[in-house]
Each structure stands twice: as structure tokens, then as C-alpha cells.
Design a protein around this ligand. Structure first.
Ligand code: BGC
Length: 718
């Protein structure tokens, strides 16, 4: 109970409730006053020249002040030079604190939609809401890989597969930046647990880093062209991310060609010299390590030169200038904020994210020919979570819960509500449940249980698993709706229920989207962006994690942050290497509860005419035809996995390298083409410190999940 109170107050603090409008982590209800628009005269100078002129006009104090955040969520302005303050805000699911905008689905749900076109629109709408309130930088999206199912921030990220996470993030970034807002892809790198995020050193070998943990960032930078990047709290291989030269200079800038700025996560610097010399540009939320008192002595001793500061400013101000941030009023009065179009898009994204995990006897959708009396119950029926907790939580007042939405869309049915207290049922409730034709049982975590700052339990909290077993024993038509940011323990109840929907955290239209799917007003088309296991230790990563992730500790959350002297850093060894998610389940031949990429539909699809061909340029093209052979309009995600038949180094059995979401009317067919590029065949060779593909035979495996492969096509690479 005490833990729960603490968790709630931490989550609320991170959400910005009851916090003064000062330099604290979370601020709320800020307003940007657009008084200091500078507007750059068209003087014929290049942007680079303008930046040089500005830097040369700045004195050392002004330069140093620029390196630390302003009022927790801003970049300092220089009134003397007409430079306005620039604002940033969380996060991937929408604008918060300026005030909060439309609450879109969480990052994990965006990945579950497997639809970059849609996510680009979502990014554009969120970007527009930022512009409407004068906020020029989005603190997101987050793409850290789902390494363990209990990571408190999995919900904010985009799943276990680097390709899916990278494509989803790149699409989001394209949309948001096209709306005039800079994205800061985060948290670079290896923040794969929030159990003790300030004190866990992620120890990862170079190949695993390159093949699993970095590709999504690379795609965000190279395909999405993100102009910002945020470092993580944790050290990586012994060096704090905020001063990790290998990550933020050698790989990010020198190899990938990143031309934006790097900011720190909030309170994650541990020295002054390290970040300045190794590639960081901005300390957030303020200049605790980067200020005149700390920098002056280093300048005097020659450890830092003024030209180091100028280089940083070239990257920081240069990016803002090039993006046009200074050359416009901060508030775009024409941009839409919290409008019907954005709500409709949020709902569409929610609908496309929902994954139908199981549907025996075609129980779903509920139609009047099948059922008349429905009981709606469970912890999340009325208190439907819209997001996980922490800095990404968008607080809206118009959330639609599952119960209300079922009332709206289920007018043809007799609905009864069994209010939630705990896992116990009264005699009267048992009669109600037994007497219903179907029960919709809503379970999940609240935002103070699944949140930034700590990890969560593998089992559903509050004995909700016990409740599921009790209800399913009373009614064989029990449909479980899961609202969690990732996978949970299901083996103890899944075999007792005929139908399960995974709804993640879907934003403010969660209830509407879920009700529409339940009543068949929409056809589910989401696919799991992670593997759901039967057993906790089916994941290889668990052996290199902690024994009891859900054990909450206030000390871990709050004590010694930012101070390496208080509580020592400890190592989290990523010994499982490449064996993350389906890569491990394939390799170890473990049957998952639900495979990566799995998701059912109310219609059926058939594959035909799968073939591989070489173009004149020697490129392999894979084609196949998909037909909707069922009785409803629907969408299927065709997934392309590559298998290297013979390799001198260990390679995962198969890896996702392409996917297409195809919408088909009843009876309609569509031909799909995948072009296989050289980098789809490559692995990172640590001996060569580079990427390469070995010539020989490969297989293109096409399917509707990582475990439902419908066609295998062999091809040669030379
Ligand atoms: C989170 C970041 C977030 C920042 C600002 C930190 O606690 O880790 O993801 O952007 O707060 O709210």
C-alpha cells in the first residue's frame, strides 16, 4: 500500500501535477509568450554565415549559458541579440504541459500498427500541436529495444525489432519535422530497463550494439533525418551516455553523418569536461555541470578552449537556424490544436494498433446473432489507462473509457456493469457473470504501475490473473482486453479464455477504439511488436537482468541520481547478445505464447504466386499476391524475414527486413513487392569493425508473423 502511494506520487510528479512552474523536471501548463520573435533579415548571407556572425557577437557568459537548459524545458534566448528562447516538450504520444494536446497512442502501439504512412500522419499532427503552442522541439520519439518484458518504459518505445522500431520512428520523425518541429530521438543508448536507470551500466558487445540496439537510431537519423538526439541516463560499457565519445561522436556523427544537436536526458551529466569534449551540446534541464563556475576554470587551465564552445554552438544554434526555428514567430497561429481531425487520427491509430491475440469459435466480433447480454467488468473498464506513466503521459480530460464506449456502440445489446473492487466476486456478481452471454473483462496496469522510473511486475497486478480465472470459470465466453505496455504473464489463464485483445495504451480514444473492435465496427489489424512468452525465463535476457523487477525501491528511484559517489554504478551484462525477442525464441526453439508479428483479423487472407527474381542490376525482388478470402474488409501485414543459409559467424535464424500493411476489400487481391538491398543481408563483423554480407544462399521468408511463414524463396547473393 505504501509502495503504491509512493509510486502514485512519483508518477504524478513526473506528470507535472502539483509542481511549481520552476526549474523542476516536470512543469505544467506553461505558456509561450510570443514576444521575442527575432525574424532574420534576408541579408543574402548563408545560414552558416549568420550562425558565425551570431557566435562572434556572443560573449563567453552568453555562450556558456546556452549550453544549459532554460526553465527546465527550454533553450536560452539572448535578448541583447534578439534571440528568443526556444521550447521543447514531451513526447511521442503528444504535447504535454503547454498545455496537454491530443493524447495519441503510446509508442509501442504505434509500432503495433505496422503502418508507417499512418504514423507519419500522427507525427505531423503532433508536430502541428507543438507549433500551435510555440514549442519547437519534441522530446521523442523513443526507440530503445524491448529487451525484457517488464521494462517500465517499453510502452514508450517501439518494440523488440530494430527494423520495425526504426521504420516506425523514421515515419513519425518525417511527419513531425515536416510540421516544423525538431524531433530528439531518444534515449541513446541501451536504456532497456528503468529498474535503476541512473546506476546500471549496460555492458554490450559491439556487434550486439550495432545489430540490435543502434539500428533504430540510425534509421531515425538517416531515413527520418531527425535533427535532435537525446542521450540516456545509463552508462554504456562503462561510460555515461552523455559523454560517450564512441556513441555520440564516432558512431552518430562520424559514421552516420548526423548533423543535428545532442541534448542530455534530464539530470544525466556527471562531469563538465567529458560532455564538452565528447560531443554533447546541451545539458538539460539546466546547466548544472555546464555553467560559468564549472567551465571558467577549465578555460583558464586550457583543458577547454573557447573554440570547443563555438563548435557546440555551431551544432546547436546551427541546427535551429537551418530548421528555421529562429526565423518565424514561435507560435504558429494557423496550426491546429486538439481538433476533430486530430482526434479522428488518434482513433484511427488506436484502431490499427489493437492486436487480436486469440479468437476461438470466432467469438469476436460480438454481434446480436451470437450474444444479447454482455457483462463489462474489470479494473480497466472504467479506469482505462490512456498511457504509461512519467514524462510521456498526456493528461487529457476527455478520455473515453471502455465501459462508456461500449455503452455508445453497443446499443443493440443488454449491457451490465460489474464494478471493480478487487479480485473477489460477490454471490450476486457471480450470478450476473454466469447469466451473461459474454463477459468483456478489462485488465491492465495503471500509469503509476507501468511507468518511467521503475520496472514493473511480470504478472498482472492486484491479482487480476486470479480474477480472470474466476470469471472464465463462470462464463466460457470471457473476452480479455489487456491494457499494458508490453507482454505479461498469460500462461496461467490464457487457455481458459476464448478471446483476447491486446490494446497497449491507446491514448484518449482507447475506449472508443476497443469498443469498435469488439462490436465489429472495425476489423483488427495490429500485430505484436514483441514476443509474448509462456514463461518469464523463456527470454534469454532474463538471465542477465534482475530477479524481481517489480520490487519497488524509493532509494533506486530517487537517491544518488547524478552523483556517482552516492550509490555505485553496477553492471548489467547483455550476455544474451543478439538473442533478443524472436531471434532468441527461434534460436532456442521455444514456442512463444504469441509470436512477434502475430495478430488475427475478422477476415482471412491467402498468399499466392510468391517468387524471387533478379533485376538487371542484380537486385533481388520478391513478389507475392495477397487476397482477402474472408467476408470483411481488412488489412494484413505481409512480413519479410531474411535467413542466411550458411554464415561463418552466428546469425539469428531470421530477421525482419521489410513489411507492408495491405488493405483489401472482400475478394480483392494485391501484388506486393519487396526489394532486397545489400544491407538487408549484412551483419556487423567485430573483427573488421564493419558491415558485410557473405556471398551464398539466402532465403526470403514471407509470412504474417515470425512463426507463420507462408512462403520461402531461395536466392543467391554474390
Ligand atoms: C525522461 C525524458 C524526458 C525528460 C523531460 C526525463 O525524465 O527520461 O525522456 O524527455 O524527462 O521530461
Amino acid at each position: 500500500m505504501f509502495d503504491e502511494l509512493l509510486k502514485k506520487s512519483i508518477a504524478n510528479m513526473m506528470n507535472g501535477e502539483s509542481v511549481d512552474d520552476n526549474d523542476s523536471v516536470a512543469m505544467h501548463k506553461k505558456t509561450v509568450e510570443d514576444v521575442d520573435f527575432m525574424g532574420i533579415e534576408d541579408s543574402g548571407q548563408t545560414v552558416e554565415d549568420q550562425v558565425e556572425i551570431l557566435i562572434s557577437a556572443m560573449n563567453v557568459e552568453e555562450k556558456v549559458r546556452m549550453l544549459g537548459g532554460y526553465k527546465a524545458l527550454g533553450i536560452h534566448g539572448i535578448p541583447r541579440l534578439g534571440l528568443p528562447a526556444i521550447w521543447c516538450s514531451d513526447a511521442t504520444s503528444g504535447l504535454r504541459c503547454f498545455p496537454d494536446g491530443t493524447a495519441f497512442p503510446a509508442g509501442i502501439a504505434m509500432a503495433a500498427a505496422w503502418n508507417p504512412v499512418l504514423i507519419e500522419q500522427v507525427g505531423a499532427a503532433i508536430g502541428e500541436e507543438f507549433r500551435a503552442k510555440g514549442v519547437s522541439i519534441i522530446l521523442g520519439p523513443g526507440v530503445n529495444i524491448y529487451r525484457v518484458p517488464t521494462c517500465g518504459r517499453n510502452f514508450e518505445y517501439m518494440g523488440e525489432d530494430p527494423h520495425l522500431a526504426g521504420k516506425t520512428a523514421a515515419a513519425y520523425i518525417r511527419g513531425a519535422q515536416a510540421s516544423g518541429v525538431i524531433t530528439t530521438i531518444k534515449h541513446f543508448a541501451c536504456n532497456n530497463s528503468d529498474y535503476d536507470r541512473h546506476k546500471t551500466d549496460s555492458v554490450v558487445d559491439e556487434r550486439t550494439l550495432r545489430e540490435i540496439y543502434l539500428p533504430a537510431f540510425k534509421m531515425a537519423v538517416q531515413e527520418g533525418r531527425s535533427k535532435g538526439l537525446m542521450t540516456s541516463y545509463n552508462p554504456v560499457n562503462g561510460i555515461y551516455a552523455s559523454e560517450n565519445r564512441h556513441l555520440i561522436t564516432e558512431i552518430l556523427r562520424d559514421e552516420w553523418g548526423f548533423d543535428g544537436f545532442v541534448l542530455s536526458d534530464w539530470n544525466s551529466l556527471y562531469s563538465t569536461n567529458g560532455p564538452i569534449k565528447n560531443g554533447l551540446d546541451l545539458e538539460m534541464p539546466n546547466g548544472k555541470w555546464l555553467n560559468m563556475d564549472t567551465i571558467q576554470p577549465l578555460l583558464e587551465s586550457g583543458k577547454i578552449e573557447e573554440k570547443d564552445l563555438d563548435n557546440i554552438l555551431r551544432r546547436l544554434l546551427g541546427t535551429l537556424f537551418k530548421f528555421g526555428v529562429y526565423d518565424r514567430p514561435q507560435i504558429d497561429t494557423t496550426a491546429q490544436f486538439y481538433c476533430p481531425e486530430h482526434l479522428a487520427l488518434a482513433e484511427q491509430a488506436a484502431l490499427e494498433s489493437i492486436v487480436l491475440l486469440k479468437n476461438e469459435r470466432n467469438l469476436l466480433p460480438l454481434t446480436t446473432d451470437k450474444v444479447k447480454n454482455i457483462v463489462v467488468m474489470g479494473r480497466t473498464a472504467q479506469d482505462t489507462p490512456t498511457g504509461g506513466g512519467g514524462s510521456s503521459y498526456v493528461l487529457t480530460e476527455n478520455n473515453v473509457d471502455i465501459l462508456s464506449a461500449m455503452g455508445m456502440y453497443g446499443t443493440d445489446f443488454h449491457l451490465e456493469h460489474v464494478p471493480y473492487r478487487n479480485h473477489r466476486l460477490t454471490a450476486g456478481e457471480k450470478v450476473q457473470i454466469t447469466g451473461a452471454d459474454a463477459v468483456v473483462l478489462c485488465v491492465g496496469f495503471q500509469h503509476y504501475e507501468e511507468t518511467e522510473c521503475f520496472d514493473r511486475t511480470w504478472k498482472l497486478s492486484k491479482k487480476q490473473d486470479v480474477l480472470i480465472r474466476k470469471v472464465s470459470a463462470l462464463n466460457p465466453n470471457t473476452i480479455v482486453v489487456l491494457s499494458t505496455g508490453g507482454g505479461v504473464e498469460t500462461e496461467s489463464w490464457i487457455h481458459d479464455v476464448p478471446a483476447v485483445l491486446h490494446s497497449f495504451f491507446l491514448g484518449e480514444t482507447a475506449g472508443t477504439a476497443i469498443a469498435k473492435i469488439i462490436f465489429g465496427k472495425a476489423n483488427p489489424s495490429g500485430k505484436l511488436p514483441f514476443t509474448m512468452a509462456k514463461r518469464w525465463d523463456d527470454f534469454a535476457s532474463i538471465a542477465n537482468y534482475v530477479d524481481n523487477p517489480g520490487a519497488f525501491s524509493f532509494v533506486r528511484v530517487a537517491y544518488g541520481q547524478g552523483n556517482p559517489e552516492k550509490r555505485k554504478v553496477w553492471k548489467m551484462q547483455y550476455n544474451e547478445g543478439l538473442n533478443i525477442g524472436y531471434r532468441h525464441f527461434d534460436n532456442a526453439k521455444i514456442k512463444p505464447q504469441f509470436a512477434f508479428g502475430h495478430g488475427l483479423s475478422y477476415t482471412e487472407f491467402e498468399f499466392s504466386d510468391a517468387s524471387a527474381a533478379k533485376t538487371e542490376d542484380g537486385i533481388t525482388e520478391i513478389t507475392c499476391t495477397l487476397t482477402n478470402t474472408g467476408s470483411r474488409t481488412g488489412a494484413e501485414v505481409v512480413q519479410l524475414y531474411i535467413h542466411d543459409v550458411v554464415s561463418s559467424l552466428y546469425r539469428p535464424e531470421k530477421e525482419l527486413k521489410g513489411y507492408q500493411k495491405v488493405f483489401l476489400q472482400v475478394g480483392e487481391s494485391q501484388q506486393i513487392t519487396f526489394v532486397i538491398k545489400e544491407h538487408d543481408l549484412q551483419y556487423f563483423d567485430p573483427a573488421e569493425n564493419g558491415w558485410g554480407a557473405e556471398s551464398g544462399e539466402f532465403e526470403a521468408r514471407i509470412g504474417t508473423s515470425s512463426r507463420n511463414i507462408r512462403a520461402i524463396l531461395k536466392f543467391q547473393y554474390s
